[in-house]
Structures are given as structure tokens and as C-alpha cells.
Design a binder for this molecule. Structure first.
Ligand code: SF4
Length: 233
């Protein structure tokens, strides 16, 4: 879809998660990715239609989450909506301090190459504190690499913001995921292990079987969470 600098097409967002990087973070899943890597569970979490948000509206939402240290942006592919994602981060940061962790299916080298000709990609790289790069590769999914779906994905510090804490969060063993249920809505956040994915799918199948609501889902770049609206959204 054509990119607008002021509109971000998303699948969903969550105000708080502790499963997508250091500290308590907000998280945003952009809608869409032009690639179709084998085994990527983006499709489990993708809402059928994108939801278009003005970047100022998103900035209002995230600025109001006072206990979040920053945001993790995943997808889908954030760099396919790079101008709008960068503009949203600039809008947030014009009002408050906010860290930015971005997942991309492109490698850092690919993005730096793109940035030479694409101002949006350049702008989003400039707003990135940590880039987790590379596509999900099923054969490299060891089930234990934290915050990543497969071991090819690298944690690249693009700023000094998270100096001193990378080891504690990213150089350990074990996946982190959370299932949050609020009223009739459930969401899976994080980069889940197979056991967590199975638990999630059992949950939404149980509700679907009861006819208690529609289910939807998808996961992102490195298999990152999903949402199951037990009520239609
Ligand atoms: S792994 Fe990343 S690049 Fe590949 S299809 Fe999934 S979201 Fe797109």
C-alpha cells in the first residue's frame, strides 16, 4: 500500500508489555509485510484489515502511558511504513523521553543501503535505539533465543540509550511471552516459545468453539505475539 507520512496502518497496539524488551514498554504492530517467510506467524496475529491511525493520535496514546519507558514497534514490516513510523516517534519525543526498539525483517546492512536513497528509512533508523534485524528463519528457531524468533536475528544498538543492560535482557536464555486477558479481549505479547503458541491457540479455539467471539491473530517479524478479540473488533 502507498505510504503516507502522516498515517500509520496498524494491526494493533498494547499500552504495556514486559515481554518485548527492557522495562515496561508499549508496543505497536504495523500492518503488512510484502514478504512471506516460511513459518512466520505474523499471519496468526494480523487483523484482516489494517487500522489507519494519524500519527498525532498515536502520539497522544503513547505519551499518556506514563509508566512505559518506550515502545517496541514490530509488524509486519515497520520499514515499509518508515516515514510514518519515524514521524510518530518524533511526535512522541517532542513531548517526552521515549525509547524505541524496532523489529525488521531486513538486515541492518540492507536498511543502511536503502537509507541512502529513501529518506523515510533513513529517518526511522535515526529514531531507532535498538534494531532487531533479519527475517524469521524456521530452521534457526532454537526456542530459547530471547526476544527473537530465530538465532539469525541480531540485537543491534543504534544509540547508547540501553548501554549496560543489553547483556541482562538479550544475552540470556529463554523466551518471554505473556497472555493478557481483559474483559472479552485477549492478547499474546512477546516472542513465544512453541508451548506458548500452543497455549494461545488452545485459548482462542476454546472461545471460538463456544461461539463467544471471533478470533484473530498474527505475529510479526520474529514471531511476536498476537491478539484474539473474543469480541469482534
Ligand atoms: S519474518 Fe518478517 S519479513 Fe518475513 S514475512 Fe514475517 S514479518 Fe515479513
Amino acid at each position: 500500500m502507498p505510504e503516507s507520512a502522516n498515517i500509520l496502518n496498524i494491526s494493533r497496539y498494547t499500552e504495556r508489555t514486559q515481554a518485548l524488551g527492557p522495562f515496561t514498554r508499549s508496543a505497536l504492530w504495523v500492518w503488512g509485510c510484502s514478504r512471506s517467510c516460511d513459518g512466520c506467524i505474523y499471519r496468526l496475529d494480523r487483523t484482516p484489515e489494517s487500522r489507519a491511525f494519524d500519527i498525532e493520535e498515536l502520539a497522544d496514546i503513547f505519551c499518556a502511558i506514563s509508566d512505559a519507558e518506550g515502545i517496541t514497534i514490530s509488524g509486519g514490516e515497520p520499514f515499509e511504513q518508515a516515514s510514518a513510523a519515524a514521524a510518530m516517534l518524533r511526535a512522541i519525543r517532542s513531548r517526552r523521553d521515549y525509547g524505541a526498539i524496532i523489529y525488521s525483517g531486513f538486515t541492518h546492512e540492507e536498511l543502511k543501503g536503502e537509507a541512502k536513497a529513501d529518506a523515510g528509512v533513513r529517518a526511522l533508523l535515526e529514531e531507532t535505539d535498538i534494531l532487531i534485524d533479519g527475517p524469521y528463519i524456521a530452521a534457526l528457531d532454537d526456542g530459547i533465543t530471547p526476544y527473537r524468533g530465530s538465532s539469525n536475528q541480531r540485537v543491534i544498538q543504534c544509540s547508547s540509550r540501553y548501554d549496560g543492560i543489553i547483556e541482562r535482557y538479550y544475552n540470556v536464555t529463554g523466551r518471554k511471552a505473556e497472555i493478557k486477558i481483559s474483559g472479552r479481549r485477549a492478547e499474546l505479547n512477546g516472542v513465544p516459545s512453541k508451548a506458548a503458541i500452543d497455549a494461545w491457540q488452545s485459548l482462542i479455539e476454546k472461545y471460538a468453539a463456544r461461539g463467544e467471539g471471533k478470533t484473530a491473530g498474527r505475529c510479526p517479524t520474529p514471531r511476536k505475539g498476537g491478539s484474539a478479540p473474543l469480541d469482534p473488533v
